[in-house]
Design a protein around this ligand. Structure first.
Ligand code: HEC
Ligand code: HEC
Ligand code: HEC
Ligand code: HEC
Ligand code: HEC
Length: 272
């Protein structure tokens, strides 16, 4: 798969896929040639922006929740980038003279939106929806890298088809259970990311829904709280070298959260 779906020069492979999968995919390939700009495939390079907005500063140091700015990420396909008014809710009072904020003030005064450069994109012929991934508790960082460390935003992952499929085949590698601090009761196994092998009621009942767990992890990071190994790994966007007990935990979480892989690699899921 990884070879077939290399970004370049794969017309022969694509052609045979087309024959196998039928006419709708003709549109896909012509679409892919048009929509794939170099910026869309380049990972880990910070992207120039009209304002040097820092996630590191706003997320990790100030502790602002992603949803304050990316308001639609839980409910809609797109995450949305914040309107100038959201910035001005603070910057009409904080750093009002900073030249770095000048374009923000300008935008506010003129009503012309700031033109942020897009960092992440999939081609138009690919269907992607944030909401289902967030509902299942997939961390933003699994797909976007260590956002809380970015002084200037970069693309954390390649967003190739092979990359999407790697998780759709084995989501257990990416499932994580983040406990609210203080939710663990006394007299049992020490705080860790397993130890509740005997039922999930009672002692270790986790009051947070999978989606809340995503945001709880950032809260812990901003508060400087200790992370479990799994939390640390996911927060950095790492997934390799998973020990067996963590995979076992992942399967369990998949079951609890109703993740069903039986059709997750079918073409129509992402190309419809
Ligand atoms: C104070 C507002 C604010 C908060 C809080 C915030 N962001 Fe952002 N985010 C922005 C702005 C503005 C941009 C567009 C500029 C840029 O790319 O840096 C952006 C861009 C992004 C992008 C890239 C968008 C693209 O063009 O592809 C991702 C991914 C992202 N944010 C993820 C997150 C995550 C994850 C969190 C929480 C951990 C978060 N953001 C918290 C304001 C915010
Ligand atoms: C909840 C309040 C809040 C919101 C909302 C907010 N900021 Fe900030 N921002 C701050 C604070 C506080 C500072 C840092 C002051 C300091 O360095 O002590 C800051 C600093 C900055 C800086 C200075 C550069 C840096 O990182 O030191 C820029 C640029 C900036 N913000 C842009 C934005 C933009 C663009 C938005 C909207 C997408 C935004 N901010 C939304 C509170 C906020
Ligand atoms: C399963 C992978 C995945 C997860 C998890 C994920 N994203 Fe994304 N994100 C993407 C993809 C793919 C795109 C490009 C979408 C497109 O081009 O239509 C994207 C685009 C974005 C953008 C640019 C605006 C947009 O919607 O196109 C922002 C902002 C963003 N994500 C924020 C977040 C935040 C915040 C979270 C966590 C709450 C998050 N993402 C979780 C894969 C993911
Ligand atoms: C880290 C894991 C992960 C990654 C990476 C990932 N997904 Fe998913 N995706 C999931 C899970 C989990 C589900 C939910 C399956 C379920 O609930 O049965 C899902 C569901 C979907 C669905 C079904 C949505 C619906 O409403 O039926 C689509 C479409 C999708 N993903 C597209 C993509 C695309 C496109 C990419 C790559 C850009 C991607 N995903 C990357 C884990 C992932
Ligand atoms: C989990 C989501 C997902 C599934 C399932 C999926 N694709 Fe894709 N596909 C993508 C993404 C994302 C791209 C765009 C990759 C890029 O921009 O590099 C893509 C691109 C393509 C392309 C364009 C050529 C290329 O390599 O970029 C073809 C053809 C294609 N897919 C065919 C298929 C076929 C056939 C299937 C079923 C066997 C399938 N896809 C299943 C996500 C998916």
């Amino acid at each position: 798969m990884a070879q077939i779906f290399k970004p370049y020069a794969n017309s022969i492979a694509s052609a045979s896929l087309l024959i196998a999968a039928g006419a709708p995919l003709v549109l896909l390939v012509s679409g892919s040639l048009i929509t794939r700009s170099p910026a869309n495939t380049k990972a880990t390079v910070p992207i120039d922006q009209p304002v040097p907005f820092s996630h590191k500063h706003h997320v990790k140091e100030l502790g602002i929740d992603c949803r304050y700015c990316h308001t639609t990420v839980e409910e809609q396909a797109h995450a949305s980038v914040p309107a100038t008014e959201v910035c001005m809710s603070c910057h009409s009072q904080i750093w009002t003279n900073s030249p770095m904020i000048e374009p923000v003030r300008n935008s506010y005064a003129t009503g012309k939106p700031i033109e942020w450069t897009k960092v992440n994109a999939v081609p138009d012929f690919v269907y992607f929806d944030h909401s289902i991934h967030i509902k299942r508790g997939i961390s933003c960082n699994t797909c976007h890298g260590a956002v809380q460390e970015m002084a200037i935003t970069w693309k954390g992952k390649p967003f190739s088809m092979a990359w999407c499929l790697d998780c759709h085949k084995n989501p257990e590698k990416y499932m994580i259970d983040v406990k609210a601090s203080g939710s663990e009761s006394h007299g049992d196994a020490p705080a860790g990311d397993h130890g509740d092998d005997h039922g999930h009621e009672g002692d270790h009942a986790n009051v947070l829904s999978p989606r809340e767990q995503i945001f709880e992890l950032y809260r812990k990071i901003a508060a400087g709280e200790k992370l479990t190994d799994t939390e640390w790994r996911i927060s950095k966007g790492h997934t390799q070298h998973l020990p067996n007990d963590k995979i076992h935990e992942g399967y369990k979480l998949m079951q609890e959260r109703g993740v069903n892989v039986s059709q997750l690699t079918d073409c129509w899921v992402c190309h419809r």
